[in-house]
Design a protein around this ligand. Structure first.
Ligand SMILES: [Cu+2]
Length: 348
């Protein structure tokens, strides 16, 4: 084979490989992509999709048309050996008008619905909305329900069909609140309250993620939204408002005793322990009722709770970069961890 055509074959193979890789990425099932923006289960996410789909079609048609013309011209009008200089053309008013007016129409067609959506979603929540104050921390989320008087972390419970009015604040740097299946991204900025108003339309657990790089454990700053039927939500709310049941097992009783006189209370609030009113870490009043710990990094099991207490930085890297704000390694013995885990898991 001549050198040039061998090189061409290789280039073609590489291009084919990249193209099929791209194509195959699209073959994932939506169940394995819980953070997909498609097939949204919230009003805001659906509205975004209803904008995205027509725009991607318009952009796709323009792309294929323009690239097609380009490739056609490249081959059709290629200079040939011995060819005379072709005719030189300067300006064509008709053509220029056409290729100015068509993009104006296309862009206007995109801008009008986009701007009206932006306006619509900037509106304050309607009456009867559930207000939740979200405070983003490096690297976890606090959820405060001011009217219901509860504080929890990392797992946001909301009733389906009721508008939620999420007020976003940051305790440190810029974060971004994003639950793709429910609503679009919203930046969370220190010293400023942002708002994201949306309604979950179907019962389910929706994964979210901080979407603005906020430090070295940014990728470990997950959240979950549990959209529940109004009845299930009310039951959850009642349980959160009530004090956690007093520990009954010997281990858990010892754990409560140890917790009450440890540094834990300087950083964590537990309603049933009067001395524990710390605000630096997540509120642990009902930590036993959460499905995950450490902002969604671990399932909430006694084993993973023990792992966390043994060395938080081994679970969530770079915790130690902010002494006083992140959970330190408390150098606990296995016995101490054992009783603390029993106590924490009893806080249903
Ligand atoms: Cu982040």
């Amino acid at each position: 084979m001549p050198k040039v055509s061998r090189w061409r074959t290789k280039a073609l193979l590489v291009a084919l490989f990249l193209f099929s890789a791209l194509l195959l990425i699209a073959c994932q099932k939506t169940t394995s992509t819980p953070q997909s923006i498609f097939g949204g289960k919230g009003d805001h996410a659906r509205e975004i999709q209803s904008l995205f789909v027509p725009i991607i079609w318009i952009a796709g048609v323009v792309f294929v048309f323009v690239e097609g013309l380009l490739i056609f011209a490249l081959f059709r009008f290629r200079a040939k050996a011995g060819q005379a200089k072709p005719a030189q053309i300067h300006g064509n008013t008709k053509l220029e008008l056409v290729w100015t007016i068509i993009p104006i129409l296309l862009l206007a067609g995109i801008a009008v619905p986009t701007l009206s959506q932006i306006h619509k979603f900037a509106q304050p929540a309607g009456p009867g909305a559930l207000t939740i104050k979200v405070t983003a921390h490096q690297w976890w989320w606090q959820f405060e329900y001011p009217e219901e008087k509860i504080v929890t972390a990392n797992e946001l419970h909301i009733p389906v069909g009721r508008q939620v009015n999420v007020l976003l604040e940051s305790a440190d740097v810029i974060h971004s609140f994003w639950v793709p299946q429910l609503a679009g991204k919203q930046d969370v900025i220190p010293t400023h309250t942002n708002r994201r108003v949306f309604t979950a339309l179907e019962v389910g657990t929706y994964l979210g993620q901080c979407a603005e790089f906020c430090g070295l454990s940014h990728a470990n700053m997950h959240l979950r939204v549990m959209a529940q039927t109004p009845e299930d939500y009310d039951a959850w709310l009642k349980a959160q408002q009530a004090p956690a049941p007093a520990p009954t097992t010997e281990l858990a009783i010892q754990g409560k005793e140890l917790f009450s006189r440890s540094a834990c209370i300087g950083c964590h609030t537990v309603e049933s322990v009067p001395a524990a009113r710390g605000k630096i870490g997540p509120n642990l009043s009902h930590i036993g009722s959460r499905t995950t710990i450490a902002a969604g990094m671990l399932d909430n099991t006694p084993e993973s709770m023990a792992k966390w207490l043994k060395d938080p930085a081994a679970v969530k890297p770079n915790m130690g970069t902010m002494p006083g704000y992140s959970m330190p390694n408390m150098n606990l013995s296995d016995g101490q961890i054992n009783v603390l885990v029993a106590f924490l898991e009893s806080l249903k």
